[in-house]
Design a protein around this ligand. Structure first.
Ligand code: MF3
Ligand code: CO
Length: 252
């Protein structure tokens, strides 16, 4: 497993890529309203990405037919936008997006509640986001990769939620998916050492019920096997000598 170390020039490009994606997510969150179709969300998202002079990372990636993965409720990830799929009050909507800026990918996901949502759904979303932050507390040079995995697992296990095992985080850079794979559950080993200049997409996917998932007949949409709702939260981060830098957040 060769984990690439980005040069200063590459890091500058990754930062810009991430900043643009953070803005796309910020603005795309505002269009999530009852009545909008998942198709329309993708259309607006693609247009935003292109308006920054970027290319959508996901469009045609392994044949994925859209720019934004839109996954509702029991859909975990990789939902395919559809004109007939209408967002309703009370839903939770996971948006996963990637952009390519001057050859460098950034990758991030957010889960949004639509209007008034249940306490249970809000708690799931909050825990999923917080598990990312718990994980990246360990994302420091000298620590090891699976320290991140374990921190996410330790935090989530307190809730009795299911941590999705079939999909994992990953390195990111000139490719959308680079080494290493980053599970969101504890491993037997601590894994490779983290070094400054690594750029990683850390992305817990958490089910309210069992961790088990299935693929729909479209061969993309991943759903929870038991129909329980699922949340996703992801950022691209940079390993530094100190605290990790979150590249896909807006720093005001
Ligand atoms: N964040 C997702 C992932 O890392 C994005 C890939 S979706 C695809 O797997 F459509 F591009 F495959
Ligand atoms: Co990803």
């Amino acid at each position: 497993m060769a984990v690439s170390i980005k040069s200063a020039r590459e890091i500058a490009l990754m930062r810009e890529s991430g900043r643009i994606l953070a803005e796309v997510h910020e603005r795309l969150g505002e269009v999530i309203q009852p009545g909008i179709s998942t198709f329309e969300i993708d259309r607006i998202g693609e247009e935003m990405i292109r308006s920054y002079g970027c290319t959508p990372s996901f469009l045609n990636y392994n044949g994925y037919p859209a720019s934004i993965c839109v996954s509702l409720n029991d859909e975990v990830v990789h939902g395919i936008p559809n004109k007939k799929r209408i967002v309703q009050e009370g839903d939770i909507v996971s948006l996963d997006a990637g952009v390519i800026y001057k050859g460098y990918h950034s990758d991030a996901a957010r889960t949004h509640g639509v209007g008034q949502i249940s306490k249970e759904a809000q708690a799931l979303m909050d825990a999923t986001k917080q598990s990312f932050y718990e994980g990246i507390k360990m994302a420091r040079a000298g620590n090891r990769l699976f320290d991140i995995s374990k921190a996410i697992d330790d935090y989530i296990s307190g809730f009795g939620y299911g941590i999705v095992r079939d999909l994992v985080g990953h390195g990111v850079g000139s490719q959308l998916h680079e080494d290493p794979q980053i599970p969101n559950f504890a491993q037997r080993r601590r894994g490779p050492k983290l070094r400054p200049g690594m750029t990683l997409a850390v992305e817990p996917m958490i089910n309210m019920g069992s961790w088990e998932v299935e693929w729909l007949d479209d061969d993309w949409t991943v759903v929870s096997a038991d129909g329980s709702w699922s949340a996703h939260y992801e950022n691209t981060i940079l390993i530094t000598e100190g605290e990790p830098e979150i590249l896909t957040l807006l720093h005001s």
